[in-house]
Design a protein around this ligand. Structure first.
Ligand code: NAD
Length: 396
């Protein structure tokens, strides 16, 4: 099925992401049924959409009649049968739990027409597993929106083992119709692209702090003011939610082993004490008075090239796993997290040899897997593909 044939959609789960995805679809002319476990949750979600549309009207981005028409395109129900009856696509945004998601996909397989695509907004779980819960794995894929869906430009489209190219093409098209930039995760790897590279970067900073090499304020000041990133790593971890950072970190460790060795002492106690960052008012920083102040004078405390080195290394792993191409990796990091440059572009500019030797120095000093250069990176350097200066690096 092509995306041109998508007219009606169901969104499963009306929480932070589900109501945002529903709003985005409805604003772009699609009729949407939003499904949740009870009517009260659904009414709350619809109120949130109404409030958000009101803001768009206030800012003169849309007219009142567009807001009214958008709301009129949204139905709510607790019944999968009612929601699924005529849909061309269902997008699942229920809690991040594989058993729950498998059950939901089995139900969607029963309640939607045979031609319908079933997509999951999962941040880390296996799309292949969800496909196996259905009789149409070729029509099951990941469609990972970023938060909030109406504002963030990126969508990761994830190919499960059974997903057909036709399904991927339809989701790429649909993402574009929604005004988004899709990148393709060509293999169902954990962490996909953005969370995997961000996970590596967070860990380097957490370990540097834990080893007493720099303060968290010093790391964040260096990352922001010297590196040109929009937030420091501790600030961003707090902003994303330390429970989510913990969960994603756990899955990355289970999948890739010691390359993602968690800095448990740092995160576990905060999560146990329910200090989850911005949303609970405290995490690495105190958020009760707004965004933490990152002192400018500490901007040289941490060597930002260390962040780049592990990010470039993880990009090389993604390429050698045949899960992503450099263009998609760079687009993902720039649109998904507002990095000033993608890791592959950065390596090409700074020199792949420089990145590899930074990693080797760190590996010699700390003997941690996360610093061990990916064989693909070493291969490129040994072939003389050191980046722009050589005419070839990750890019030609
Ligand atoms: N929050 C984020 O920043 C973010 C970003 C990208 C992706 N995601 C992913 O999106 C998904 C949803 O995350 P969220 O933050 O919106 O969660 P959430 O907890 O805010 O919302 C989940 C919703 O699903 C509902 N639900 C639970 N069981 C259900 C069922 N059987 N049928 C229908 N609805 C059910 C819940 O009542 C709740 O309203 C997760 O897979 C998450 O990993 C989250």
């Amino acid at each position: 099925m092509s995306s041109g044939q998508v007219r009606r959609a169901a969104v499963i789960g009306s929480g932070a992401m589900g109501h945002g995805i529903t709003e985005l679809l409805a604003m772009n002319g699609y009729a949407v049924f939003m499904v949740d476990i009870n009517d009260e949750i659904l009414q709350n979600a619809k109120e949130k959409i109404k409030w958000s549309l009101g803001k768009f009207v206030e800012k003169r981005r849309i007219r009142q009649e567009d807001a009214d028409a958008t709301l009129a395109r949204i139905g709510t129900t607790t019944s999968y049968e009612q929601a699924g009856k005529d849909v061309d696509i269902a997008i699942e945004a229920a809690p991040e739990n594989i058993n729950l998601k498998r059950t939901i996909f089995a139900k969607l397989d029963q309640s939607t027409p045979n031609h319908a695509i079933l997509a999951s907004n999962t941040s880390t779980l296996s799309v292949t597993e969800m496909g196996k819960a259905t009789k149409r794995p070729d029509k099951v894929a990941g469609m990972h929106f970023f938060n909030p869906p109406h504002a963030m430009a990126l969508v990761e489209v994830i190919k499960g083992e059974g997903t057909s190219q036709e399904t991927i093409n339809a989701l790429v098209d649909l993402s574009k119709k929604l005004g988004k930039t899709p990148i393709i995760v060509r293999k169902d790897v954990r962490g996909f692209i953005v969370n995997r590279i961000l996970g590596a970067t967070f860990l380097e900073a957490f370990w540097a702090f834990k080893r007493g090499e720099a303060s968290k304020e010093g790391i964040d000041a260096s990352v922001k003011y010297t590196g040109g990133f929009p937030m420091g790593w501790f600030e961003l971890a707090d902003f994303s939610g330390l429970d989510i950072v913990y969960d994603v970190g756990k899955i990355l460790y289970e999948t890739y082993g010691d390359r993602f060795k968690p800095c448990s002492e740092l995160i576990d106690s905060l999560v146990k004490e329910h200090k989850l960052g911005q949303k609970t008012g405290e995490g690495f920083y105190d958020w009760t008075k707004g965004r933490p102040r990152i002192p400018f004078n500490l901007l040289e405390e941490y060597d930002v090239d260390r962040s780049w080195a592990v990010a470039v290394n993880e990009a090389a792993w993604l390429i050698s796993d045949e899960a992503a191409i450099p263009e998609d990796i760079d687009t993902g990091m720039k649109l998904g997290t507002y990095w000033p440059e993608g890791p592959c572009e950065h390596a090409d500019r700074a020199g792949l040899d420089v990145m590899a030797s930074k990693l080797k120095d760190l590996y010699a000093k700390y003997n941690m897997e996360m610093y061990k250069p990916c064989p693909l990176l070493e291969e490129y350097v040994s072939k003389g593909w050191t980046g722009k200066k050589a005419g070839r690096g990750f890019y030609k």
